[in-house]
Design a protein around this ligand. Structure first.
Ligand code: GDP
Ligand code: MG
Length: 293
């Protein structure tokens, strides 16, 4: 006896098949994300749409996606495709950190393929922090997001990450892998190290973050371009956190939000590069940037 198909295997009828009069509307909203958001808001209600990051993108809004790239030939092209698939107007700033594999050729191809992609090259391998610093200089968007060049983080979550800024509630948004979304089950000691580093950073900054080491950090452009960053390698994460924390006070305090994100970590065999020494570097930077800018 053939088993009954699982519910998700059954072909689902398209809305336009059920109700042909919907066909012109479906065709119209297929190419217009704001029209789709408006229709869904009417159907589902504002609250449900907010939960899933469906909202109107203001006219003229642009997101700058800064991608540091070091020897990522295996992941890069597909990652850029996933970023481009996000329905937010954007520019992609890719910074090649002196890669020695096929990455430069892929970057050249991407720059040719897409109008909104710009590529910059570091003169020698200097680390993620230095690559980001270079990338931030060239951003022209309203909001800036950091994107690693692997598949550990999912660009489909940009709308949710940008939402607190577009709502006027936040100046900085930090994605957290530890407050609710799904994640690939991998290295236990990594998650322990992440939690320790976050806790220690919180002691010094008095922020109640749950994931300081996350890649997804989102800033209003004027916020990130007004911070002087020094760390060349993975010290970027504690440094930027400390410098943002300092600006919670004063005349125009920066407001920070945290948003749950999923995480599909990669293994060392798949190209993960962060090492134990990077945790010690982060430890040093937490203390160093607490003492002095
Ligand atoms: N490890 C490492 N990553 C770099 C460097 N320069 C730029 N990157 C990029 O920084 C991002 C984070 O590094 P990644 O290896 O994904 O960190 P991990 O996944 O936490 O091990 C990736 O997009 C790298 O390609 C570098 O010198 N070393
Ligand atoms: Mg990574």
């Amino acid at each position: 006896m053939t088993p009954a198909p699982a519910p998700e295997d059954k072909p689902q009828p398209h809305a336009a098949e059920l109700a042909p009069e919907l066909a012109p509307l479906m065709a119209r909203i297929a190419t217009d994300p704001n029209a789709r958001a408006a229709v869904l808001r009417e159907l589902l209600g504002d609250a449900a749409c907010r939960q899933i990051g469906i909202y109107q993108i203001p006219t003229g809004f642009k997101l700058s996606v800064v991608i540091p790239v070091y020897n990522e030939e295996r992941w890069l092209a597909e990652l850029v495709r996933r970023v481009q698939a996000v329905e937010i107007p954007k520019e992609l700033i890719l910074v090649n950190d002196f890669s020695t594999d096929g990455t430069p050729a892929i970057l050249a191809q991407l720059e040719k393929q897409y109008d909104n992609v710009r590529v910059f090259h570091q003169p020698k391998n200097m680390g993620k922090g230095a690559a980001l610093r270079e990338g931030f200089k060239h951003c022209t968007g309203d909001v800036v997001i950091v994107q690693d060049a692997d598949w550990e983080y999912d660009p489909a979550e940009y709308p949710k990450l940008v939402q607190p800024i577009l709502d006027g509630r936040a100046d900085v948004v930090i994605g957290s892998r530890f407050i609710g979304e799904s994640h690939r089950v991998l290295y236990y000691w990594h998650s322990v190290a992440n939690k320790w580093l976050t806790t220690l950073s919180n002691w010094f900054t008095n922020l109640n973050l749950t994931d300081m080491e996350t890649c997804y950090k989102v800033f209003k452009r004027e916020v990130i371009q007004s911070i002087t960053l020094k760390s060349n390698r993975f010290g970027f994460e504690p440094e930027v956190t400390a410098k943002i924390a300092r600006r919670r006070k004063g005349k125009a305090p920066w407001r920070i939000y945290e948003v749950p994100i999923s995480y599909s970590g990669r293994t060392y065999e798949e190209g993960k590069k962060i090492r134990l020494k990077d945790a010690f570097q982060a430890l040093y930077c937490i203390v160093r940037y607490w003492i002095k800018d």
